[in-house]
Design a protein around this ligand. Structure first.
Ligand code: HEC
Length: 176
């Protein structure tokens, strides 16, 4: 039986906007392996500013969600790749093109684009709005020791002094 969804309140400076679940029509342009490699590279080179959940934090803009889509919807994947490759991380060491492509795949996946058989290349020019919605793919459910599935949305990833994560909002709990 499903418990109700709690409504999300916008916290702090970063607005949480719900994006309509309209399905994009474009064919997949990156592979799941690129997404995995991209997650690792993102954690190493990007998450210090853009945080692990790709949400907005201080001056670093959101990389997944409605704000990101408003900026990038009409632009090609190659424009996002080119921007990141020439500017990010600001003042930091440059990554390889393969790493930047993997990070772009990870960002697209985090905006709801589906992986496929075709690897992302620097020449992939489809508009981002034709493959991504801004809606995150469903997070894997966490099952607690009572066998209940719990779904959390990460609002931000502050570490409490005891090492626990703050900022996780329980949005749904399934009783079995
Ligand atoms: C030192 C902090 C920092 C790091 C590390 C960093 N960024 Fe950024 N990023 C920023 C800031 C600040 C902005 C906004 C100013 C700008 O656009 O130059 C930004 C902007 C962006 C934007 C444009 C977002 C938009 O919609 O306008 C993208 C995309 C991006 N970063 C991706 C990345 C990626 C990918 C990495 C890792 C390779 C990365 N950033 C690492 C600070 C950072």
């Amino acid at each position: 039986m499903k418990a109700g969804f709690l409504s999300l309140a916008a916290l702090g400076l970063c607005a949480i906007a719900l994006v309509s679940a309209q399905q994009p029509s474009g064919a997949p342009v990156f592979t799941a392996a690129q997404v995995d490699a991209g997650r690792t590279a993102y954690e190493a080179s990007c998450a210090s500013c853009h945080v692990s959940d790709l949400g907005c934090r201080n001056e670093a803009p959101q990389l997944a969600g409605a704000d990101f889509m408003n900026t990038w919807r009409t632009q090609g994947v190659d424009a996002l790749f080119g921007f990141i490759r020439s500017t990010m991380p600001p003042g930091g060491a440059r990554l390889s093109d393969d790493q930047y492509l993997a990070i772009v795949a990870y960002i697209l996946r985090s905006n709801g684009a589906a992986p496929g058989a075709q690897p992302l290349t620097a020449a992939t020019a489809v508009p981002i709005g034709t493959i991504a919605t801004g809606q995150r793919p469903a997070a894997p459910a966490q099952v607690d020791d009572l066998g209940r599935e719990r779904f959390y949305v990460q609002l931000h990833s502050e570490k409490a002094p005891d090492g626990n994560l703050w900022g996780w909002l329980l949005v749904q709990e399934t009783k079995r």
